[in-house]
Ligand binder design. Structure first.
Ligand SMILES: [Zn+2]
Length: 438
């Protein structure tokens, strides 16, 4: 997809005023924002030691579906974060944590050999007055370091309008209420040919039934809007490079991302946002028209699942735990002692994994019963059902701990989220659907 590059004047400001986050009590959405969303398409490039953000274009979109009362999460999550600062007052008016495909790629061998670039999109409510956008990277020491900053005047006539996806059709799967008070999911199907529209609609409805059969979503179904956008694919199915199968599809979904057999992802982030722009969306789900086992997800990027794999039900909800809840994998391979994925001696940002550097300050301490030792012995039957800190998590057998012996983020199959994961998901639902903080 080739779009004309729009010139953008970037002014780097040195912030000489002290920044302060807007207090939730005194904060009024309408003081700082108007209707719509500000979308910034960026190219994220570099190597394992280089992290560069370049702006491709800035667009005003019609829908802002996020909450209007709680603009920041209480948890500091994601490998990256951006802050939107009101230039006049120095107030942080919006903050968003996220992770990226680039951020995963830099852990691969290829990132030591070649510089690569990935599409990304930053979305925020449309500001009323000039703002300063700053993007931060979480360093290996766990500190947030600024890697990009620019000023944006929302009245700038260079800001474009949303490209309309030709022949896209919006399908309401489930509507529960106003976007600012609900979690708005959008399903984008890939690899569905024009004559597979009926299958697409059926697959979306089947997904919803399975998704809302799992807690904590089951008892909070009325907190979710689910919409789908159908964009007909020239060919049926998606890429399977290891088998020499390539398909022309609108969202470029593929198995074998980073040459991993089951890792099903897409790099066509801007095309996804072009389609998602048609509806309010807090989280994107990509559904591949395939019966092959696979999936993937990245926190606040997207969640991927396949339409027709009978073993995929577990995987879809597990991946949504990553994509929506920012949950980490609790599993590990016992043959690997320490792993580079999480830097040693640094507390992971994921709500369900800890380095247990200070047991007194364990982030899920409120859920641990008095008398439960930390770390918690796994082989003692009396701790089999409790919340504690069990060694082995985040791909490492040593040095990282998970909250429970078992969890949907730990092992495959039909099991529940552990209490810590469930609480993190409930908090996130409550963030987007403010009345759901039960
Ligand atoms: Zn868990």
């Amino acid at each position: 997809m080739h779009k004309k590059l729009q010139p953008i004047v970037v002014v780097v400001l040195v912030l000489i005023f002290a920044q302060s986050a807007a207090s939730q009590d005194s904060f009024h959405f309408a003081d700082f924002f108007v209707e719509g969303a500000l979308r910034i398409d960026i190219v994220h490039s570099g190597t394992d030691v280089e992290d560069v953000i370049s702006v491709r274009r800035i667009i005003r979109e019609p829908h802002w579906s996020g909450p209007k009362t709680q603009l920041m999460l209480s948890r500091d999550m994601g490998k990256y974060r951006f802050d939107l600062v009101d230039a006049g007052s120095g107030t942080i008016i919006y903050r968003y944590g996220f992770s990226t495909l680039f951020g995963e790629w830099i852990t691969t061998e290829q990132a030591k050999q070649v510089r690569r670039a990935f599409e990304e999109t930053l979305e925020m409510p449309y500001p009323k007055a000039p703002v300063v956008l700053s993007v931060y990277l979480r360093s290996d020491k766990g500190q947030m370091e600024e890697i990009f900053t620019m000023s944006i005047d929302p009245a700038d006539h260079q800001i474009g309008h949303t490209p309309i996806m030709p022949l896209a059709e919006v399908i309401d799967v489930q509507l529960a209420g106003p976007p600012s008070q609900k979690v708005d999911l959008v399903i984008l199907g890939d690899g569905y040919a024009a004559d597979e529209r009926t299958k697409f609609v059926g697959d979306c409805r089947r997904f919803a039934e399975k998704f809302f059969d799992v807690e904590p979503f089951k008892s909070r179904r009325d907190k979710f809007n689910v919409r789908a956008v159908f964009v007909a694919s020239s060919e049926s199915g998606i890429d399977e490079p290891r088998k020499g199968i390539y398909r022309d599809t609108p969202f470029g979904m593929m198995f074998n991302m980073f040459d991993l057999p089951r890792y099903c992802m897409s790099e066509a982030v801007w095309a996804m946002h072009d389609a998602a722009a048609l509806v309010p969306h807090d989280a994107m789900l990509l559904m591949a028209n395939s019966s092959r086992y696979g999936g993937g997800a990245i926190y606040n990027l997207y969640t991927v699942f396949v339409s027709d794999n009978e073993y995929d039900d577990y995987l879809t909800v597990h991946e949504f735990g990553h994509g929506f809840g920012g949950l980490g994998d609790e599993y590990y391979t016992s043959s690997v002692a320490y792993n580079e994925f999480y830097p040693q001696g640094v507390e992971p940002w994921e709500p369900n994994i800890t380095a247990l550097l200070n047991p007194d300050k364990l982030k899920w301490k409120a859920l641990v019963d008095e008398g439960t030792p930390l770390p918690t012995p796994e082989n003692d039957a009396k701790f089999a059902q409790v919340v504690g800190a069990f060694e082995g998590a985040g791909y490492a057998a040593k040095g990282l701990y998970r909250p429970s012996v078992d969890c949907k983020m730990f092992s495959k199959g039909n099991r529940d989220f552990c209490r810590v994961c469930e609480q993190a998901l409930v908090e996130m639902i409550g963030h987007y659907a403010p009345s759901a903080t039960d």
